[in-house]
Design a protein around this ligand. Structure first.
Ligand SMILES: [Zn+2]
Length: 78
């Protein structure tokens, strides 16, 4: 599963990819192109950043479910 999300840098408008675990509300990431520090917040007016936060939270939810399923199936093995 691809666990990286695309982020569009508000400064240079280049798109880069960041681990979903690092993309969360109030987190900061550096643009891989211009190295600007970008603060991620749900309150942002930037639709690209909002989309990145949403995508990251969906990936984390899917991962949590996968972990739960793995543990659950282990418990039920003979
Ligand atoms: Zn940039």
């Amino acid at each position: 599963m691809d666990d990286k999300v695309k982020i569009r840098c508000p400064a240079c408008t280049r798109i880069f990819r960041e681990m979903s675990s690092r993309v969360r509300d109030e987190a900061q990431v550096n643009c891989s192109n211009c190295n600007k520090l970008i603060t991620l917040t749900k309150e942002t007016e930037d639709p690209f950043l909002r989309r990145a936060l949403k995508a990251a939270s969906e990936i984390r939810a899917a991962k949590d479910k996968a972990v739960y399923t793995a543990i659950y199936s282990t418990w039920h093995q003979p």
